[in-house]
Design a protein around this ligand. Structure first.
Ligand code: H79
Length: 681
């Protein structure tokens, strides 16, 4: 990663704190309220790219990136302007389709990466008003959204492949001069367009930036743009792509850095909730954002409904995409799915709107959402797999159930529930009311009293001879009881935990909180695998240090070294980057033996900027490949005392360069692998 970039980023962490102080926490919560309640929105990718509909020169897998992916020259692409005439566009129909699916907001591309403006702008001729259509669809949609009670929101791409002042150019665009290009002029253009969008279309719910990752964009510009947008509409919500701190397609911004109002996982759902962070997963229904006439790979209705529940159970929003045609209509597969979602939402939307992340840690049958009510709270159990024995059990809740019922059953007849300690069992109807997702409501009075199980902590997750395990709980007035067994088992009585446990065999540790002799949490479990140590090599005559080979070239991934000619080679005492001299772009590998002092479990940690790989005993054990800033990955293995073949590969592509290999074992704190441990033939 470029050092200059890091410096800029660091300096702006400070500025961001200043910016954040302008708004109280309460003010921020108030501004986010409608969005958190909404949980479900529609993304619309609509632009000139709908004209080729994904096909160019016989290749059919393009989408909204077609201009760049198919390397279409600017004047050729411009010809789509005279062919874009979506006469079948009807704003009311689109908004009604979203509303009937249960969506509460619509985010539409006002300008995608191709630079084409889907609204009436005075800033460029490359816009909808120069097409035969000659109407402003954003105006019509804004009005329709107001009419049907949805929030109207805008996507705007910072990257722009059309504007003469935008930089950089695509590397294949040799015919577009850059001599007179001034990026600041481009920024002024964006601001002028955003002013039009923020002053002529009424209240905008969200401004959804994208295309922020090119080197011309940085945190300073991001923060300035954020403040500019909010100066025009103070209550607007802005996604994290306004800044330059997004890490990857997981869509979150580096901790402590300015990241707008919410994170934007793209085409993926985080594995767990992200406490303290607002986020929204955006996702296509098929494999393209913009209309592609050949792409029939649509997700099933079942997948989509379950994803909505999954996301809500983790405290996120779902922004589901539709790519309308150049005639102005939704693909029929999208319309079918929207209707299907609508049928489910009509009966079950209460389990989605205004809910919070699940407080229940284990829900193997589906997902859980939660909502506070006037004098208590409700749990919504989204049951994907209807239990064959007619009994659904949740544990970890100490509140008394005041009522249980099937949400979609309008009369809400009560279901019987029974309790054993912290586990509530619900007697269900024989057959699932909905084969995709049936919602059971559990109603409670009073403050939620959930039972977080103890944490099971250790420096290692496996053992050769032994591993030390500690159990911890931050809950007041609880006693931890545990039980070591062969599998995951609820702790019924267990042994009272007094201090660190030494474990000498493969096992599962089960732990649970107790109060007054009764369980007050679910059971947490962790498996510790026993590793058979790898044999050491019978080698002799080794010399101290590692051999290395150095190569130059521009690679995004670790190259195949076998096919390359080395630039120089030699021996180093310990892992040292480019011992003689180095270029901005290079790769190298180290090889030899590592000597370990005793038969034991060893944990190796490989940290690098950019990529690296670790091979031990001739097997790849850590893959930390690719272009990235300093990032570590670990691996555990049992090793017999003596010499083990080791190989470390490293890749560097401009900016700061770092590589560290650490070793750690139950008897040895984490240390850098040093010259006493390294040998070569
Ligand atoms: O509008 C849709 C897509 O056209 C757009 N975002 C959605 C909402 C999109 N643009 N690019 N991509 C999706 C994929 C780009 C990924 C990368 Fe990167 C950009 C890889 C490297 C630079 C983002 C920044 C991910 C890693 C760093």
């Amino acid at each position: 990663m470029k050092r200059s970039l890091i410096l800029i980023l660091l300096s702006f962490c400070f500025l961001v704190k200043l910016a954040a102080q302008k708004e109280t926490l309460g003010g921020h919560d108030e501004r986010m309220q409608w969005w958190r309640d909404a949980r479900f929105g529609m993304f619309i990718h609509w632009g000139l790219y709908a004209v080729p509909a994904g096909t160019w020169n016989g290749q059919t897998d393009y989408g909204e990136w077609i201009r760049t992916s198919a390397r279409i020259p600017l004047d050729t692409y411009d010809q789509f302007v005279s062919r874009f005439n979506p006469v079948n566009f009807n704003a009311d129909e689109w908004v009604k389709a979203a509303r009937d699916a249960g969506m509460k907001y619509i985010v539409i591309t006002s300008k995608h990466h191709d630079g084409f403006c889907m609204f009436d702008t005075k800033q460029t001729d490359f816009c909808i008003m120069k097409t035969p259509f000659h109407r402003d669809p954003l105006k019509e949609l804004a009005d329709a959204c107001r009419k049907y009670g949805l929030k109207f929101c805008l996507y705007y791409s910072i990257m722009d492949w059309h504007h003469p002042d935008y930089l950089p150019r695509r590397e294949w665009e040799k015919d577009r001069a850059i001599d007179d290009a001034e990026y600041d002029k481009y920024v002024a253009y964006m601001k002028a367009e955003l002013k039009e969008l923020l002053t002529r279309y009424g209240e905008i719910g969200v401004l959804w930036f994208d295309g922020e990752w090119e080197p011309t964009w940085n945190q300073a510009r991001g923060l300035d743009l954020y403040n500019y947008v909010r100066s025009l509409q103070p209550s607007i919500i802005i996604n994290n792509r306004v800044g330059a701190g997004r890490l990857d397609m997981e869509g979150l911004t580096k901790k402590g850095m300015f990241g707008g109002d919410f994170g934007t996982p793209e085409q993926q759902i985080p594995a767990t909730g992200l406490p303290g962070t607002d986020w929204e997963t955006c996702m296509t229904m098929n494999d393209h954002w913009g209309y592609n006439s050949q792409d029939k790979n649509f997700k099933s209705l079942k997948e989509i409904i379950r994803m909505l529940s999954d996301i809500a159970s983790k405290g996120g929003n779902y922004l589901l995409n539709v790519g309308p045609t150049a005639e102005g209509i939704f693909p029929k597969e999208s319309t079918e799915r929207l209707r299907g979602i609508g049928r489910w939402m009509e009966l079950n939307s209460e389990a989605v709107y205004g809910t919070k992340a699940s407080p229940i840690s284990s829900t193997p049958w589906g997902r859980c959402t939660m909502k506070t009510t006037k004098n208590g709270f409700r749990l919504y159990l989204h049951v994907f797999d209807w239990p064959a024995n007619g009994k659904l059990t949740i544990d970890g809740c100490l509140n008394k159930v005041s009522k249980a019922f099937v949400l979609s059953d309008i009369k809400h007849p009560s279901l019987n529930t029974t309790r054993k300690n912290d586990a509530i069992s619900i007697a269900l109807p024989k057959t699932a009311p909905d084969t995709v997702n049936s919602v059971i409501v559990l109603e409670f009075k009073g403050e939620p009293d959930f039972t977080d199980p103890p944490e099971i902590l250790s420096d290692f997750s496996s053992l050769v001879d032994s591993v030390t395990v500690t159990l911890a709980s931050s809950r007041p007035n609880v006693e931890i009881r545990f039980q070591v067994s062969d599998s995951i088992k609820p702790v019924d009585s267990g042994i009272i935990y007094k201090g660190p446990l030494n474990i000498y065999r493969e096992c599962t540790v089960n732990a649970r909180c107790f109060r007054d002799g009764k369980p007050v949490s679910g059971t947490s479990s962790r498996h510790y695998a026993a590793k058979i140590p790898f044999f050491a090599r019978a080698v002799s005559g080794l010399k101290p240090g590692l051999s290395y080979r150095y190569f130059e070239g521009e690679w995004d991934k670790m190259p195949n070294f076998k096919k390359l000619q080395q630039w120089y080679f030699g021996v180093v005492d310990t892992i040292t980057l480019a011992p003689k001299k180095r270029n901005e772009n290079f790769a190298m590998y180290f090889f030899g033996y590592i000597k370990v002092p005793k038969r034991e479990l060893y944990k190796f940690t490989l940290a690098s900027d950019d990529g690296s790989k670790l091979f031990l005993d001739d097997m790849q054990v850590i893959d930390n490949d690719g272009l990235h800033s300093l990032q570590e990955k670990s691996f555990e293995r049992g090793l017999n005392e003596g010499y083990h073949p080791i190989r470390v590969e490293y890749l560097q592509r401009t900016g700061s360069a770092e590589l560290q290999l650490y070793i750690e074992s139950p008897g040895m704190p984490k240390t850098l692998v040093n010259k006493q441990m390294l040998f070569h033939e």
